[in-house]
Write a protein of this length. Structure first.
Length: 122
């Protein structure tokens, strides 16, 4: 109990992000490994890509979405905490904080677009 009281909340937040990324990567790997169906084969002249190339593309898309969404969450956290404090002192800053929140959401949208472009190459 005493250990949890001495840990910085920022450290716990970073630890949660890292553990979430690890869990997402492991689950993406397992889902893709099951969907590919067995060990990767060498490509023959009829096949376009091997299973390992598809696995790499799926993992790259999962990493792109994971990192983009976690970054957007961290950005929105920063905008929200400072935005509430700033709008309490100066109400005219509310519109500016909404714009900054929209820009932070754009990070997640760009990550989704990159993942769609990666999956479009398969």
């Amino acid at each position: 109990m005493k250990l949890m009281q001495s840990v910085n909340p920022h450290t716990l937040f970073i630890l949660g992000i890292v553990l979430t990324m690890i869990l997402v990567l492991i689950s993406a790997y397992l889902v893709v490994a099951m969907s590919v169906g067995g060990p990767p084969r060498l490509p023959s002249s009829e096949e376009g890509e091997s299973g390992s190339a598809k696995l790499s593309a799926f993992l790259a898309a999962a990493i792109a979405i994971t990192v983009a969404c976690l970054s957007a969450g961290a950005a929105i956290y920063g905008v929200a905490t400072s935005g509430f404090a700033a709008s309490a002192e100066r109400p005219e800053l509310r519109t500016f904080m909404l714009i900054l929140g929209g820009l932070a959401e754009g990070i997640a949208i760009y990550g989704l677009l990159v993942a769609i472009m990666i999956l479009g190459k398969i």
